[in-house]
Design a protein around this ligand. Structure first.
Ligand code: GLN
Ligand code: ZN
Length: 759
């Protein structure tokens, strides 16, 4: 019998129940016991749901109050000093201090979990780091399920991935600590077997990365120890891409089962079929755990049968490609999502039903799942043929893109001259990144408009009023290039997606970003196009209120793509090009409306980098081309700016230069301009203008003019004076007006000081 299994279930719960429990806990209105009770209630509900859907290997222990990497650090006693832990169980106060920081202590750093939009905390491991079993949470959660007579498959983050994602506090390599963590893992495994677990799932997604030999050696050492620990059968799980060149390592590990991501790593299947030992149980991740599309059951069943024909159905599992953490919970919560789109989607609940159905189809034949197959066939056909998905005009326009559309009329130095003439800016011009404080009044007006309690005229009047105030403030404080403030925007992706064809939005399609923070990404389901101008009205209005240049503010195509669920029936590059053409129309309309500086934000540009080095050049090629496609349709005297706010540019600086924006603003305050090194390398220097951020807007602290002058002095050591713009690190929407007023006044002062000293 084939086993229908799941690797992980969304934690957040229907209506984001976990989020509200956590926030009540942090606000002091729900105590630790109350939070635990609510978490246990959610876990029980999720177990019941999964069993009801026909899943026999239901995971346990993958639930987390905040993050599973942090959970693993706490399980192992990898808690840095100063957070109130010395031994025994890690208290919830310590746990949340590590996750969120306290007045005395910063939180652990956070970073993206592989190439997802989920963020994990980065454990800090000292060179002599000791590891102990603090409290056996994997066992507790197994027993919690057992008490309800449910058998679960405990999930552990594997020791090698845990160490690979950790940070050595003294430049030490965390992998050197492997021998310290293995006894703790071994003890946990033994306890799970004693409590009756038949299988344990150990996640080692590092297998989807380019691995140095040391990591492969660590995997061999680790699993030699864990296989002999007297624990349950080990299912080693890799996901997010093909195991590829790590297959020889993976297939020789002494484990009982191997989970393959056959959505992103379909290429693994043939070599695995050829090389895997007959005893190895294969978990076939055929249902996409990273995206929202319904599975083509008939085609997938074909793949499963091919495996079963080769290996026999014994020892097969059917599963999602990865944990369902990355997709929304239940399509059932979206009654307003219109057909036909609704018929083409599957969220976590629907995906598990697909897993169960495929399992049954494999064991019992097509007839056993005839209705499911018929519904799937219908959906596949209607999606393939839908004129809403495939629009001839979009395809024709894409076909007509020539290389000439990807280049500005003149090279950057010539453009710079014309822009200088037109804009007449001082040296070290000052500006901001776009958004100004989204005050309670702004949010209330938007909510009231959405609810229909105020009409469009009243809402527009409110927006116009805030723009007037913003313009007056920026003139008074002395900024050179102004912004309208983005008061009309809820979110930089949603605002554009809602106004583009081919994008859809859910009401409750939340996925966890970090801790209690969730996002509901748009679904790009059809050919993208812009039916009408999006930002022109407000930009034109704002420009009419001032003689200084008003910057137009757009979200770039790569970011719109990257922060959405993307259709899987076209290459991502093609979808991105469609969006780029839509943004191009907007850029040209802004220019025609008299806007002389247009900023196209691409904060997600780097996030799109593939996990494997060999795939990166192709990504960078099309991502750069999309930026150029959207930005090249303007005259020389129109300045194109872009903005990115993350660290680490060194390895992509060539691509950033190739985007050929006239100026880029970046986040450099926390690194004290060290990030500029990448932009100043000898022989490889960034050729255009740069606004290195001088105000860390993630903190309420107002930096003094002297501090900002000092930072700018550091920037001048790396850049030519003509290159430098003066701006904050990022948008100001999360800040309050008093801080913004004070900090921008100081920033303008710093620019003036610089102008004087530079003569
Ligand atoms: N223009 C956007 C803003 O100012 C940029 C946001 C971002 O970088 N994520 O809010
Ligand atoms: Zn930013």
């Amino acid at each position: 019998m084939t086993i229908a299994s799941n690797l992980g279930f969304p934690r957040i719960g229907a209506r984001r129940a976990l989020k509200s429990a956590l926030e009540r806990h942090w606000a002091g209105t729900l105590d630790t016991a109350g939070l635990e009770t609510e978490a246990a209630r959610l876990r029980a509900a999720h177990r019941t749901l999964q069993v009801g859907l026909g899943i026999s290997h239901v995971p346990s222990g993958e639930f987390s109050l905040y993050d599973h990497v942090l959970d693993t650090a706490c399980l192992l006693g990898a808690v840095p000093p100063g957070y109130g832990w010395s031994n025994g169980p890690v208290s919830s106060a310590t746990y949340f201090a590590l996750a969120r920081g306290t007045a005395q202590r910063p939180a652990l750093p956070m970073t993206k979990w592989f190439d997802t939009n989920y963020h994990h905390l980065v454990p800090q491991l000292s060179p002599g780091q000791a590891f102990v079993l603090t409290a056996n949470r994997p066992l507790d959660l197994l027993l919690e399920a057992k008490a309800e007579a449910r058998r679960t498959r405990p999930v552990l983050l594997g020791p090698v991935t845990f160490l690979a994602l950790s940070h050595g506090t003294a430049g030490n390599d965390p992998l050197d600590l492997l021998d310290g963590v293995l006894p703790v893992y071994a003890a946990v495994l033994r306890s799970l077997a004693e409590a009756g677990a038949a299988w344990v799932q150990i996640d080692e997604p590092v297998l989807a990365l380019d691995l140095p030999d040391a990591t492969r050696t660590a995997l061999r050492r680790a699993y030699a120890v864990l296989a002999g620990a007297g624990g349950p059968k080990i299912l080693l799980a890799s996901y997010f891409g093909p195991i590829a060149d790590n297959l020889p390592t993976a297939l020789r590990l002494p484990v009982d089962g191997l989970h393959l991501d056959l959505v992103r790593g379909a290429a693994d299947l043939d070599p695995v079929l050829q090389q895997a030992s007959d005893q190895l149980c294969l978990s076939l991740g055929v249902v996409d755990g990273r995206n929202v599309w319904r599975t083509d059951l008939r085609a997938t069943l074909g793949t499963l049968r091919r495996v079963a024909d080769r290996r026999g159905a014994r020892g097969l599992m059917v599963a999602p490609s990865c944990s369902l953490l990355h997709v929304p919970l239940d399509l059932g919560a979206e009654p307003e999502l219109a057909p036909p789109l609704r018929d083409w989607l599957a969220f976590a609940v629907q995906k598990l039903a697909e897993v169960a159905s495929l399992t049954r189809g494999l064991d019992e034949g097509d007839a056993a799942i005839a209705a499911d197959l018929a519904a799937s066939d219908r959906a596949v056909r209607s999606r393939r043929e839908s004129p809403l998905v495939h629009r001839a005009a979009v395809a024709q326009r894409l076909d007509a893109v020539t290389p000439a559309l990807l280049a500005r009329p003149s090279p950057a130095p010539a453009r710079r001259m014309r822009q200088r003439e037109r804009l007449a800016l001082p040296a070290f011009p000052t500006t901001t990144i776009g958004s100004l404080p989204q005050t309670e009044a702004v949010r209330q007006a938007r909510a009231a408009f959405a609810r229909g309690t105020i009409d469009a005229a009243a809402y527009d009047a409110a927006i116009a009023g805030w723009i007037d105030e913003a313009v007056a403030f920026q003139e008074a404080v002395g900024l050179d290039v102004l912004v309208h403030g983005e008061f009309e925007r809820n979110d930089m992706v949603k605002y554009f997606g809602e106004r583009l064809d081919g994008f859809a939005f859910t009401k409750h399609g939340w996925v966890q970003s970090y801790g209690s923070r969730c996002v509901a990404p748009p679904i790009i389901w059809g050919d993208a196009a812009r039916p009408a101008p999006i930002t022109v009205q407000w930009s034109r209005y704002a420009q009419s209120r001032t003689t200084r240049p008003m910057k137009g503010m757009l979200t770039g195509p790569v970011t719109l793509l990257q922060w959405s669920f993307v259709r899987d029936d076209l290459p991502r590059a093609t979808v991105c090009r469609q969006i780029a053409l839509a943004v191009r129309d907007e850029v040209q309309d802004l220019e025609a409306a008299g806007i002389a500086v247009i900023q196209i934000d691409e904060p997600a540009f780097r996030e799109g980098l593939p996990l494997r080095q060999a795939d990166r050049a192709a990504y960078l090629d099309w991502a750069v081309a999309c930026f150029r496609l959207c930005s090249s349709g303007v005259r020389d005297d129109t300045a194109i700016h872009t903005h990115m706010c993350y660290s680490a540019f060194a390895d992509i600086i060539g691509s950033i230069a190739a985007m050929d924006a006239d100026a880029i603003s970046i986040e450099t305050t926390r690194s004290r301009m060290a990030l500029l090194e990448a932009f100043a390398q000898d022989g490889n220097a960034y050729p255009n203008e740069i606004g290195p951020g001088v105000w860390d807007i993630h903190s309420p602290r107002v930096p003094s003019a002297a501090e900002m002058t000092e930072l700018l002095g550091l920037a001048r050591q790396r850049l030519a004076d003509w290159q430098i713009w003066v701006n904050p690190d990022c948008g100001l929407k999360t800040r309050g007006w008093p801080e913004v007023q004070a900090a921008l006044a100081n920033m303008v002062q710093a620019a003036r000081t610089l102008r004087q000293s530079a003569g």
